[in-house]
Design a protein around this ligand. Structure first.
Ligand SMILES: CC(=O)SCCNC(=O)CCNC(=O)[C@H](O)C(C)(C)COP(=O)(O)OP(=O)(O)OC[C@H]1O[C@@H](n2cnc3c(N)ncnc32)[C@H](O)[C@@H]1OP(=O)(O)O
Ligand SMILES: O=CC(=O)O
Ligand SMILES: [Mg+2]
Length: 544
């Protein structure tokens, strides 16, 4: 990383760029004048197009509200029917049978790289809060990790270092989604697109170094809703490669298919990114969130049962997963599975055994469907996922050659929400309230991933919780005891759950925490008539 001092430090404006975030450790290393100029170039070249694409999202959603449906696009039929493939995989993305995900704090960076996974999804998104110190600190940790110059000592004096006895995971960075602005960097007076900040800083400081080391600048791209958004990323990559003087096609991206509109454009998304693509991922949690969000006011046929009973075996989830594998393999791309929410415990053998069994079953289903690898949330789950994929892949690095011509998925299959087995119970309403409160409180304090009741919770899972509450209230849904889920009932439940948390954590921790702010945000994102697109937007306003 370049180590010149910035001349656009806190508050100053240079070349139209203003950094308004406070001094945090690592800032001078990350926000160098050259890096800021690169960011400004990205924002000026692509910021307005991002704005137009967000407006297009809103128009499309209004159309769904009017018609109650989505479908494959007639205007891109030629892409779906055409004979084309994506670029061959780089050497260190050939075998992705186990991918660890997690935030980029210093200890977890080292733990993830050491975990034995083939890939580490270094998360600046669902598992991260974009607090300024995380935005800058994550870039410092990534740059140090790439240069193999990273260590950490915890409060008990335990030292963490990168292992030298086995390969480290390949780093794939997930920047924020297109919807999120970075309030602490302004270009020509406008907050920068957060995705361009995360991508730009990582690429600027590390692309050449990664290529020299035989890897490359690899990304996971979240929450896209159309192939035109993928085209924007492709243009960003082309621009960045030219500016940095690195080869065309050296940036690689795996796109998360985790919104319902994107499920209708898998071929098109791969096509747009074909020179930079390394596959698609089935981001199941945001996918559920997106279905609830997009069809929130489309009537009872689109109301899902409570969160914890919606499984990947539900017909619409199976259709989505199999269509993803089929599409990827037809185009020579890798299909990567998603996250089982069960997390192990080193202290509770029963919890541990349940997590292992659940994760094993989840990975077995994915490997059987044809996925080439999958995600785990915790280092102890790496061997579980590896064993399952080893059994299916053997010596092969992946199973991209396995074509799923037997899979025929229609729009009706993808939208068959009403066949999902399960009910809504009072416990399900309570659980959504409790999880959303605890998650939001953690997010406000700077932790974007947290274990609650032995399940991994992050921005995507919390979005499901609060969006279900909104949808149930606005559809007049009932719990299985016949009671209607009203605004008053949810409000009362929030008050009761908050009191229960207060009792559980104790007065001192409750007062020192951000529970009141979390409750206020939850009231708004679960109950306001005007649905808030992402809960992280008001949460960000509460911290920045
Ligand atoms: C919907 C989606 O987008 S899924 C992808 C995004 N979500 C994620 O990536 C979540 C990733 N997982 C996590 O953040 C964590 O596992 C949590 C928060 C759920 C649980 O973390 P903890 O409470 O620390 O778990 P636990 O105490 O069992 O951890 C044991 C050790 O494993 C480490 N560890 C746990 N998860 C991870 C991880 N994902 N990456 C690196 N290290 C990890 C801990 O740091 C700890 O290390 P230590 O023993 O050296 O102190
Ligand atoms: O990002 C993954 C998801 O499931 O959401
Ligand atoms: Mg997601």
């Amino acid at each position: 990383m370049t180590r010149t001092e910035p001349d656009a430090g806190a508050g100053g404006t240079t070349g139209g760029v203003q950094v308004t975030g406070p001094e945090v450790p690592g800032l001078p290393r990350v926000l160098t004048p050259d890096a800021l100029a690169f960011l400004a170039g990205l924002q000026r070249a692509f910021g307005a197009r991002r704005d137009e694409l967000l407006a297009a999202r809103a128009r499309r959603r209004a159309e769904v509200a009017r018609t109650g449906r989505l479908d494959f696009l007639p205007e891109t039929a030629a892409v779906r029917e055409g004979d084309w493939t994506v670029a061959p995989f780089p050497a260190d993305l050939q075998d992705r049978r186990v991918e660890m995900t997690g935030p980029t704090d210093r200890k977890m960076t080292i733990n993830a790289l050491n975990s034995g996974a083939k890939v580490w999804l270094a998360d600046l998104e669902d598992a991260s809060t974009p607090h300024w110190h995380n935005v800058i600190g994550g870039q410092v940790n990534l740059a140090d990790a790439i240069r193999r110059d990273i260590s950490f000592t915890n409060e008990a004096g335990r030292e963490y270092r990168l292992r030298t006895d086995a390969p480290l995971a390949t780093i794939v960075v997930r920047p924020r989604g297109w919807h999120f602005d970075e309030e602490h960097i302004r270009v020509d007076g406008t907050p920068m697109v957060g995705a361009l900040v995360d991508f730009g800083l990582y690429c600027f400081h590390n692309a050449a170094e990664l290529l020299e080391r035989g890897s490359g600048p690899y990304f996971y791209l979240p929450k896209m809703e159309s192939h035109l958004e993928a085209r924007l990323w492709n243009d960003v990559f082309t621009w960045a490669q030219e500016q940095l003087g690195i080869p065309y096609g050296s940036i690689r991206a795996t796109v998360l298919i985790e919104t319902i509109p994107a499920a209708f454009e898998m071929d098109e998304i791969l096509y747009e990114l074909r020179d930079h693509s390394s596959g698609l991922n089935a981001g199941r949690w945001d996918y559920l969130f997106s279905i609830i969000k997009v069809f929130r006011d489309s009537g009872p046929d689109f109301v899902l049962p409570e969160r914890n009973v919606v499984k990947m075996t539900a017909p619409f989830m199976q259709a989505y997963a199999e269509l993803l594998v089929k599409t990827c393999h037809a185009r020579g791309a890798m299909a990567i599975g998603g996250m089982s929410a069960f997390i192990p415990s080193r202290k509770d053998a029963e919890v541990n055994a349940r997590a292992f069994a659940q994760v094993r079953a989840d990975k077995e289903r994915e490997a059987g469907q044809g996925f080439d690898g999958s995600w785990v949330a915790h280092p102890d789950l790496v061997p579980v996922c590896r064993e399952v994929f080893d059994a299916v892949l053997g010596d092969r690095p992946n199973q991209v050659e396995r074509q799923r011509d037997d899979v025929q998925v229609t729009a009706a299959d993808l939208l068959d929400i009403k066949s999902t087995p399960g009910a809504i119970t009072d416990a399900g309403v309570r659980s959504n309230v409790e999880v959303a409160l605890l998650y939001l409180e953690s997010w406000l304090r700077g932790s974007g991933a947290v274990g609650i009741h032995n399940l991994m919770e992050d921005a995507a899972t919390a979005e499901i919780s609060r969006s279900q509450l909104w949808q149930w209230v606005h559809n007049g849904s009932t719990t299985d005891d016949g009671e209607v889920i009203t605004t008053e009932r949810v409000r009362r439940t929030i008050t009761e759950e908050l009191a229960a948390i207060r009792e559980q954590v104790g007065e001192a921790a409750f007062t020192a925490g951000r529970f009141a702010a979390a409750a206020e945000i939850l009231q708004a994102v679960a109950l306001d008539d005007e649905y808030v697109d992402f809960l992280t937007l008001p949460a960000y306003r509460a911290v920045s």
